[in-house]
Structure formats: structure tokens, C-alpha cells
Design a protein around this ligand. Structure first.
Ligand SMILES: [Zn+2]
Length: 425
């Protein structure tokens, strides 16, 4: 069935769009016999795309599963997501990746839900997975959850992920932050340092390994410190200046919560910081937050790091509660309504670009609308109520906040999959 989006704003003009599957065209007159959606007051943009989510399947489906996660994504205006491999068991074999894809298909999920593979077996940071066997099925290998700090292992990983397909190298997505499990490895590699503030050091180790490898595509996940951005920028400009361009690319992602919140915002409940605000990397100082905002142009992606945890696990005291916050259903509003930053309302296009697939490195299809369309009402005022989330989890630091701006419709595969907050699958 053909769908017409009547009177939407698209690329600055009031138009109507005709949607047939993944084909989208602008029309002057809407033909008869099509479904018409009245788009007045809304802007039509390529569907949002989140390259960093945790759907907890297999292993912890009390917190989230592929279906609930996909619904949360559609509710937030997303037409595609890429899932991190730190499930239980870890996604470190071709079998696990293929089982994931079969499950998404069996569930009939209409948005794109794509897997990443772990870079090391069991996320142990010691032994690479069978990169050549898995690479045809994924676009990236990730160290999410547990950093790799073995320089020689990283050099080999950059070479093999690049050499597999030089036209479209597989990316390495790096979690450059210490964790309780990786503490001993990080100290052995880098010496003692401030716990949970090793980001810039671990990034430096990755850049050194990348340069030594002489090839490779690296994505730094959830950068939380402006020093890290400056380090990466200096590295990339040195690479571009060096004689004989090396096939090296480093991109960075930033989360809505690190852009929008800082450590001073964390509420204290009965003398304890609220565990709903606990994540890794943690919220930083107000100065670091301002520094990240000033660098918004330098990030290729805004990614939520949607990390569901059950209410019971987040009810524990701060020190015992798990790291992570959810973000799919709040990302757009949190950023669109950032009144503290007078520049952001002027940068709608920048925000959309970082939240949608036009950066296309992760996209199997570079067509702007391949993952669907999101209709946005920039003036819709709403209050975040986690009890109404499609996610199974409630660990949201934005609870109770009022935002201006909301994705009102998500269209994927030529049909409406979310309408005015209601998910239709
Ligand atoms: Zn993550």
C-alpha cells in the first residue's frame, strides 16, 4: 500500500511525500487510492538511527529483549539500531550472530535491528574472535563493556578487520573506559590511574595501535571528555597531513546524557546518589559538559548507549547498582529542547544529521530513507514518564523533565510503525 505524507516540511519546504516501501518521492498532487497521513506541523526527516544500544537478548530479557527494545526505538523515532554484543552468552561466534538475525526476522520486527560482534572471545580482552568468519554478517566488532588494552592484539585486530574488505572495512567500536572486570588488565597496561577516568589514556593506546597497524576504522564509543575529542582531532589531522594517505579513520560518538547532564545534576536521595544516574563513563563536570557541546560538530554520531537494567537491580545502593541508563525514548526530546544552550535551537540540522543515517558508515544502504522516515513536531511539549515507556526498564535520568520536540511518527518499510507515541507492532 502506498502512503502519502501530506503537507510536511521537508528540506525547508512544505511538500507532500509519497512512500512506497523504501522509495520516497515528492509529489505536487496526491494520487487517489493511497493512505494519506496529515503531516501538518511536522518535519519529515530520514529515520533516526542509533548505532549503540543494548537489548539484553540473550541472557537478561527481564531488562529488555529484541522486541521490547525495538518498540522503544520506534517510539523514540528510530528506524534502525545496532545492538552491542555484551549479551550472555557474548555474541562472539558466527552462530550467535546468525541466531540473532533469525530471531529478529521471526519476531517480524519492522525496523532495522542489526548485531555487532564482540572483538574478543567472551569479552576477555585476550583472544580475538574469528574475525574473517563473522565479518560477512556484521558491520562492526565492538569491545563494549570491557576495553581491550593489549596493544599487539589491537594492532592485529585493526589489520584483520580492515583487510577483510578494503572497500568497506569493518569498524572496531571501542569502549575506552575501565570497568571492575578489566581493572587489573588496565592497571597492568597503563599503570595506576583514576578509576573511571581512564578514557583519554585508553583512547591514546588505541590511536597508537591504529597508527602502528597502518590501517583500520575505529569508532570511539560514548566520548565523555573534551580532552579525548582534542586528542582524536589532533591525531586525525596528523594522519591527513602525513605523506601517503594511510587508510585510517577515527570517528566518535557522544550520548544525549553526556551532552545534557553533568555530575552536579545527580540527585541525592537519603544521602545516596540516585543509581538511575549511574553509567560508565560517568557524568562529568559542568565544564567538561560545556566542552562536549562546543565540540558537537566533531562527533559523527549521537548514540544513546541505551542500557536497560531491571528496577530491582537499580534499586540497590549506588556502589552495587549496575552501570547504564536507557535513552531511546528520550534522546530526541532531551536534545531538541536544550534551552540551557542558546546555540542548539539554531542547529537543528546538525542535531538531525548526528541522529540519523546520513552519516551512513553503518548503513548497508546509503539511501537517505532506507531505514524509514521520522515525522518530528519541534513544538510538541511533553513530560518524561518512564511508566509509559515501551522499554521494559525504567532507569532513566530524565524522568519528570519537560521537553519541547518529539518524534510523532516512525515510518519503516513503507508503513507507519509508531503513531503519536503508540507503537503499532
Ligand atoms: Zn554500551
Amino acid at each position: 500500500m502506498t502512503l502519502a505524507l501530506k503537507d510536511v516540511v521537508h528540506q525547508g519546504e512544505l511538500v507532500s511525500l509519497l512512500v512506497e516501501g523504501t522509495e520516497v518521492s515528492t509529489v505536487r498532487d496526491i494520487p487517489g487510492g493511497v493512505d494519506v497521513l496529515d503531516g501538518r506541523g511536522m518535519e519529515a526527516v530520514p529515520a533516526l538511527w542509533d548505532a549503540h544500544v543494548h537489548f539484553r537478548e540473550p541472557g537478561n530479557t527481564d531488562a529488555e529483549d529484541l522486541l521490547s527494545g525495538a518498540r522503544a526505538a520506534a517510539a523514540g523515532g528510530y528506524g534502525a539500531v545496532c545492538c552491542e554484543p555484551n549479551t550472555r552468552p557474548v555474541m562472539d561466534t558466527l552462530d550467535a550472530i546468525q541466531a540473532f538475525d533469525r530471531r529478529v526476522e521471526a519476531l517480524g520486527i519492522p525496523i532495522g535491528v542489526y548485531p555487532k560482534a564482540a572483538l574478543t572471545r567472551g569479552q576477555d580482552g585476550a583472544e580475538l574472535v574469528d574475525i574473517e568468519a563473522i565479518a560477512p554478517e556484521v558491520t562492526a566488532f565492538s569491545t563494549d563493556g570491557e576495553p581491550v588494552v593489549d596493544r599487539e592484539l589491537l594492532i592485529e585486530a585493526f589489520r584483520r578487520t580492515f583487510a577483510f574488505d578494503e572497500e568497506q572495512p569493518r569498524e572496531i567500536h571501542a569502549h575506552c573506559e575501565e570497568t571492575p572486570r578489566s581493572h587489573d588488565r588496565v592497571v597492568a597496561a597503563l599503570g595506576d590511574g583514576p578509576y573511571l577516568a581512564r578514557e583519554t589514556e585508553i583512547v591514546r593506546l588505541h590511536l597508537e595501535a591504529l597508527e602502528a597497524a597502518g590501517m583500520g576504522y575505529l569508532r570511539i564509543q560514548h566520548v565523555s571528555l573534551p580532552e579525548t575529542v582534542e586528542l582524536v582531532k589532533a591525531f586525525m589531522s596528523r594522519m591527513l597531513d602525513s605523506p601517503g594517505l594511510s587508510p585510517i579513520l577515527v570517528t566518535m560518538e557522544v550520548t544525549p546524557h553526556h551532552l545534557r547532564l553533568c555530575q552536579d545534576d545527580i540527585p541525592v536521595v537519603e544521602g545516596q546518589p540516585d543509581p538511575h544516574w549511574k553509567m560508565n563513563p560517568p557524568l562529568r563536570s559542568a565544564k567538561a559538559q560545556r566542552g562536549l557541546l562546543a565540540h558537537l560538530w566533531d562527533f559523527a554520531y549521537i548514540a544513546t548507549d541505551h542500557a536497560p537494567h531491571t528496577p530491582a537491580s537499580k534499586a540497590r545502593p549506588w556502589d552495587d547498582a549496575p552501570f547504564g541508563v536507557i535513552g531511546l525514548e528520550t534522546a530526541f526530546g532531551a536534545l531538541a529542547s536544550f534551552e540551557d544552550n542558546p546555540h542548539l535551537p539554531m542547529q537543528r540540522q546538525l542535531l538531525l544529521d548526528r541522529l540519523s543515517p546520513s552519516n551512513k558508515v553503518m548503513s548497508p544502504d546509503s539511501s537517505r530513507f532506507a531505514q524509514g522516515i521520522t515525522l518530528i513536531d519541534w513544538d510538541h511539549v511533553w513530560t518524561v514518564d518512564p511508566d509509559r515507556f515501551y522499554s521494559k526498564s525504567r532507569n532513566c535520568p530524565f524522568a519528570g523533565m519537560t521537553f519541547r520536540g518529539k518524534p510523532m511518527y516512525t515510518i519503516a518499510g513503507g508503513r507507519v510503525v509508531m503513531a503519536e507515541g503508540e507503537v503499532l507492532f
